[in-house]
Design a protein around this ligand. Structure first.
Ligand code: 5RP
Length: 252
């Protein structure tokens, strides 16, 4: 086999480029600095929040945190936290949550969010509306000027006559500005994606700004078949953004 030759001379020092997952981890670890012993903690869902849950378990194991109670926002996070030995509870037993840490799909400059591309929006919204502090962790790719313009805005609906509800959602926004599409399982069997709550998701793909977010939220929630949507308006108290140039903390 050949020996590696000497490295060719570089005109500038090598740059360390962090991967998106490394940025997510940096944001997550920063958020866990807000956690104190004795807290009831909302545990988020997704690849960013997963790092936060790992970190919390780490600090518990090392004895640097004590008496934490975790409230998981999905079955997946419940499984992760359980396997890591984090004591768990729910909103029935702990209706007041001290702090929640979770990722997001989009964040605007007013700290409004789109969440739920992972499908866990309902439990996330229930838990994150019940918390005193809600810290959102993202890499810089999630920052947008207007939420809802860069991909799906998920709406959780009951399975009963889902086509009817999808059509009602479509009628709220004209075809030129929005497409309402039932989410199916990735893998392509065409079966509807089913949430932790046994519901379906209709993804709204906006082709332009949603405009008045509150008005859109109210109109969506007024439809009888709708359970919840993925716009989290005015809920985040802090957003931690990890980018190539460092970490930025934005407070409401
Ligand atoms: C799940 C969510 C997630 O927080 C969101 O999809 C971000 O995920 P990731 O951290 O994997 O990018 O809302 O319902």
């Amino acid at each position: 086999s050949m020996e590696a030759g000497p490295l060719s001379p570089l005109s500038s020092p090598p740059q360390v480029v962090l991967t998106q997952d490394e940025l997510k981890k940096i944001a997550a670890y920063k958020a866990v600095e807000f956690v104190q012993s004795g807290m009831v903690l909302g545990l988020g869902t997704g690849s960013t929040a997963k790092h936060a849950v790992d970190r919390i378990a780490d600090l518990l194991r090392k004895g640097k945190l004590k008496n934490i109670i975790g409230i998981p926002t999905s079955k997946k996070t419940h499984q992760q936290a359980l396997s890591l030995g984090i004591p768990l509870s729910d909103l029935d037993s702990h209706p007041i949550v001290d702090l929640a840490i979770d990722g997001a799909d989009e964040v605007d400059s007013d700290l409004n969010l789109v969440k739920g591309r992972g499908g866990s929006l309902l439990r996330e919204k229930m838990i994150e509306s019940a918390c005193k502090k809600f810290v959102v962790i993202v890499d810089e790719s999630k920052l947008v000027s207007h939420i809802g313009a860069n991909g799906a805005m998920p709406v959780e609906i009951v399975p009963f006559c889902w086509k009817f509800t999808q059509e009602r959602l479509q009628q709220l926004f004209d075809y030129a500005s929005c497409m309402a599409k039932l989410r199916t399982n990735s893998g392509g069997n065409g079966e509807p994606f089913v949430t932790d709550n046994g519901n379906y998701i209709v993804d709204l793909y906006f082709k332009k700004d949603i405009g008045d977010l509150r008005a859109a939220s109210d109109a969506i929630l007024r439809l009888a078949g709708v359970v919840e949507h993925g716009m989290f308006l005015g809920m985040a108290t802090t957003v931690i953004v990890a980018g190539e140039l460092g970490v930025t903390i934005k407070n409401k």
